[in-house]
Design a protein around this ligand. Structure first.
Ligand code: ADP
Length: 503
């Protein structure tokens, strides 16, 4: 039936009751779900087509339904049915049902009673909706969230989460264990966060955090945290805001990890670098050479004057032997004075108090490489190491031996032309023979042009060289009872090696 504007017009209900009943039946039969009706005793009086197709026609009453319910769900389904039947109340629950094909799928079954005019339950109408996909999606979501929380706990770092206003809402298990917090009580966790920073760092941490929360900038700081055992340890902490699509911060995620050992190692390295600098300063070569020159110059000048005088007295006519002899005696005294100056300087080197400790030389090599890491990186030098892990420990003055290693490595680097693409240095350690270890630094540089002279004090081929490095290295090694020597390699480059006695 169409009206003037061409729209279909529904006939009034009473005019069309018969049509409506047919339509309703058609609807129930073809609806993509299971629809049913039961009498008050729980016997099916109607099941639509798709319900029969799924369960087969054998599903005739409430008892048969229960048989189709998965064993794990049967108890609560039966209980909820019973309760609803007794109370005449609607029911609604999810459970697994076996189809005619023998497979179980998840369904949500809901039903409600119909009542006669006196209010007695006259029957039940209901529907059963297939929720298998939804259940699977829920299951995989649950599995993913479990996996995620496992991941959060397994991350080898301390992880925390803050609200945009800075309230802690999560710390992972690792962090809770680290701080000794009870994870079951998040509000406790939030309140404890205020007390875990070192008193000297807390203000700075909170000020920076407040600033980052206000500006949305990344938080990155080092601070000390109170570990569960009551020790404050240095941590490196970072936090990043997480934003929604509109750019609003919804939460902050932070990571912090313990850098106490690293901080201690760096401090130790810095201390040893300072010591090294002091030792180098003690041997400040320009000062030393100036003072040597100054001290030796005086007897040399006197020798020159006395030699002139001696020559003059002897070449006089007649020669004045007496005065010539006196001048020659003064020359001898001047020579003795010069020798004394030299031996005083040598004594200065030799009698420096030595702080000997038993050390692993391989470790010293690593420490020196750490100290020189900038220099090595700047010159793009590759370091190959072949250090004997069974190297016995040696009693030595670590600062002095470090100084030797620094000198040899630096010389090696400088000997390799900057344009040489093969800038590589090989550092080796081994047991030369029982009771002696051998360390060598091998480069692929220019090689020694004059290997005989390199141990002469002040011999240098560098424009800014002092020529005291190798003599000092040799004197240090010899003072330890070892030997230091240089060789040119067969192909190219040079090797400087030294030995140290183990005893
Ligand atoms: P400096 O480095 O101040 O010159 P050194 O005593 O350490 O003083 O070295 C003396 C000289 O020995 C250097 O000027 C250089 O000619 C030579 N030399 C040192 N090490 C090497 C090396 N690995 N390869 C080639 N020549 C070297």
């Amino acid at each position: 039936m169409s009206n003037d504007d061409g729209l279909t017009k529904c006939a009034p209900f009473h005019e069309n009751t018969r049509n409506t009943a047919a339509l309703a039946l058609d609807l129930l039969e073809n609806i993509p779900g299971h629809v049913w009706s039961m009498d008050p005793a729980g016997r099916f009086i109607y099941r639509n087509r798709s319900m029969d197709a799924y369960f087969g026609v054998g599903l005739c009453d409430h008892g048969a339904w229960l048989e189709r319910v998965h064993r794990d769900d049967q108890r609560y389904v039966a209980a909820s049915w019973r309760e609803s039947m007794e109370a005449g109340q609607p029911f609604d629950n999810a459970h697994r049902l076996r189809g005619v094909d023998g497979e179980f799928r998840w369904f949500r079954a809901s039903g409600r009673p119909t009542r006669d005019p006196r209010g007695h339950v006259a029957g039940w109408h209901g529907q059963t909706i297939d929720i298998e996909h939804q259940k699977r999606a829920e299951e995989s979501l649950r599995a993913r969230s479990l996996e995620l929380s496992l991941l959060v706990d397994m991350v080898p770092s301390n992880l925390w989460r803050l609200t945009p206003d800075g309230t802690t809402t999560l710390v992972n298990k690792r962090m809770a264990d680290y701080l000794g917090l009870d994870l079951s009580n998040v509000s406790d966790v939030a309140s404890v966060m205020d007390t875990i920073f070192h008193p000297d760092d807390a203000d700075a941490v909170f000020a920076e955090l407040t600033r980052c929360l206000a500006t949305g900038e990344r938080f990155s700081m080092r601070y000390r945290l109170l570990r569960a055992d009551g020790m404050y340890r240095w941590m490196s902490g970072r936090a990043e805001p997480m934003r929604d699509q509109d750019g609003n911060i919804v939460q902050w995620f932070g990571l912090c990890h313990d850098i106490e050992d690293q901080v201690q190692t760096t401090a130790a390295l810095r201390r040893s670098a300072e010591k090294l600098a002091q030792a180098t300063q003690a041997a400040n070569l320009s000062q030393l050479s100036a003072s040597i020159a100054h001290e030796v110059n005086q007897p040399l000048a006197a020798i020159a004057t006395d030699t002139d005088a001696c020559l003059r007295w002897l070449s006089a006519d007649p020669p004045n032997i007496e005065r010539g002899k006196l001048a020659a005696e003064r020359i001898t005294q001047d020579i003795v004075a010069a020798a004394e100056v030299i031996s005083r300087i040598r004594a200065l080197f030799k009698h420096q108090p030595q702080a000997r400790t038993v050390e692993d030389v391989n470790r010293l090599v690593h420490e020196v490489l750490d100290l020189m890491s900038d220099e090595i990186a700047a010159t793009t030098t590759r370091i190959d190491m072949n250090l004997d892990p069974r190297l016995p420990k040696v009693s030595l003055d670590r600062v002095q031996v470090q100084q030797v290693l620094v000198n040899l490595i630096r010389n090696g680097i400088q000997a390799m032309d900057a344009t040489n693409p093969l800038r590589s240095l090989k550092i080796m350690s081994n047991c030369e023979r029982p009771g002696t270890i051998r360390i060598s630094v091998e480069d692929v540089g220019s090689g020694f042009k004059d290997p005989e002279r390199v141990f002469e004090p002040f011999f240098t081929t560098k424009s800014n060289g002092m020529g005291m490095g190798l003599p000092i290295c040799r004197s240090i090694v010899e003072a330890h009872g070892g030997r230091l020597w240089v060789t040119n390699n067969d192909a190219f480059g040079a090797t400087v090696a030294f030995t140290l006695p183990v005893a």
